[in-house]
Design a protein around this ligand. Structure first.
Ligand SMILES: *Cc1c(COP(=O)(O)O)cnc(C)c1O
Length: 427
């Protein structure tokens, strides 16, 4: 197939994320990627601002990750995890137990973030089932969340921007509290927790768990909120005997400046979901960890945990994750994220003066320009590509979370293009 045929076949037959088959949006053919650069089929190179949706933290085609996957490939690409274990899985579990906040130390491996969320929900439900409180099967969350596209995960995504209207009567009916509005602890006001507090008090008999994204709400709106909110949530969960699930699929592995988002608040959940950056963007993989007490309760009275995906603990993915975590933990990642944070602050600052812009916010290696009006994705994307950068806005949000290896010059170029493209939008 030549390039035109390839694109024509794609347009005719292949779905891309959240797209129509009858009104397809343009897609850009990428033939290889190296470091922070995506190489298009026509020879152009784009500086990547998205890290392939939070994943490619070490950039693309990293020799250490490639070598780890190649070495494992020569041993075995895959083996079932039922009745079998292997060194890569054990090594990875050991690292995850070590680096996640104590006492999260029981590990379930799976193949994507959404599934990690399903597993967390299932853990909470089985936990209460075994504690003879099966009525505690509902979830409480905050608005503007995003937790994935499978049915359990969808049920706790924001009810407005999520897909609830299309699946009314099919999705589990969960409880939604107002999302926090305070961005920092120094702005904290008790009123921010009032709605959450009211709902958990009224419904704790039927709530099994609270689920939320700590500190940064990702795909649901790229909102940052005060760590104090998490401390209040932990206090209310303890008070009302409700489990706390943190979905760190986007925030995990250093993105917000701490290894995990919850460390901004010093709060430890009962269950944590990890994914996205876990394999440095090379393979689909995720994990759910819980406290020993949660794991033991699920398995009390000779019960088993009812989940077991085919590709559970895939050795290639585990090898990639071990190598990626090695790279991350052996690096001066805190200083590096601080460097990117400074670069984003400085580079995006001119957006604050633009009439089109409602807000500019930066945390760790996340930079967000919130517009007053929604942008036209296909149009604005094309303008970014013309300028040699890969930025994929959605709604009112023009945002970046580049690979951690981006250097100052590329970061400066990336943010300068954001400022100029945003300035061209209708005020
Ligand atoms: C991306 C994401 C998910 C879903 O992960 P997939 O691997 O896309 O299934 C869940 N929760 C959060 C916070 C995410 O950012």
């Amino acid at each position: 197939m030549n390039l035109e045929e390839l694109l024509a076949f794609d347009r005719q037959h292949i779905w891309h994320p959240y797209t129509s088959l009858t009104e397809p949006l343009p897609v850009y053919p990428v033939v290889r990627a190296n470091g922070v650069r995506l190489h298009l089929a026509d020879g152009r190179q784009l500086i990547d601002g998205m890290a392939s949706w939070w994943c490619a933290i070490h950039g693309y085609n990293h020799p250490v990750l490639n070598a780890a996957i190649e070495a494992q490939l020569k041993e075995m690409a895959h083996v079932m995890f039922g009745g079998i274990t292997h060194p890569q899985a054990v090594q990875l579990a050991k690292t995850l137990v070590e680096i996640t906040p104590e006492p999260l130390d029981r590990v379930f491996f799976c193949d994507s973030g959404s599934v990690a969320v399903e597993i967390a929900i299932k853990m909470a439900i089985q936990y209460w089932y075994n504690r003879n409180k099966p009525q505690k099967h509902r979830l409480l969350t905050i608005r503007n969340g995003y937790h994935g596209d499978t049915f359990g995960a969808m049920s706790v995504c924001d009810p407005q921007s999520g897909m609830h209207h299309m699946f009314k009567g099919i999705l589990a009916q969960q409880l939604f509290a107002e999302a926090p509005t305070c961005c920092q602890d120094q702005d904290w006001q008790e009123s921010d927790i009032a709605d959450f507090s009211r709902i958990i008090e009224a419904h704790h008999q039927e709530i099994g768990a609270v689920i939320m994204e700590p500190i940064v709400q990702g795909a649901g709106g790229m909102r940052f909120y005060a760590p104090e909110f998490l401390r209040q949530v932990r206090r209310l969960c303890d008070q009302h005997d409700v489990l706390l699930i943190f979905d760190e699929i986007a925030t995990g592995f250093g993105r917000t400046g701490t290894l995990f988002g919850c460390q901004h608040a010093g709060v430890v959940p009962d269950i944590i979901c990890l994914g996205k950056a876990i394999t440095g963007g090379t393979m689909s993989f995720a994990a759910t960890l819980c406290r020993a007490e949660v794991g033991e309760q699920i398995c009390a009275d000779h019960n088993v945990f009812m989940h077991g995906p085919t590709f559970m603990a895939n050795p290639l993915a585990c090898a990639a994750a071990n190598a990626s975590l090695g790279l991350l933990l052996d690096s001066a990642w805190q200083q590096n994220i601080a460097r990117i944070e400074t670069g984003l602050q400085k580079g995006l600052a001119p957006c604050r003066d633009l009439a089109q812009v409602a807000d500019v916010r930066v945390l760790g290696a996340i930079g967000v320009v919130e517009m007053r009006e929604p942008v036209k994705m296909a149009e604005i994307q094309a303008r970014f590509v013309e300028r040699g950068v890969w930025v994929r806005p959605f709604g009112k949000l023009v945002y970046v979370m580049p690979p951690y290896i981006i250097d100052d010059a590329d970061l400066e170029y990336l943010t300068a293009q954001m400022v100029e493209v945003v300035a061209e939008e209708q005020p």
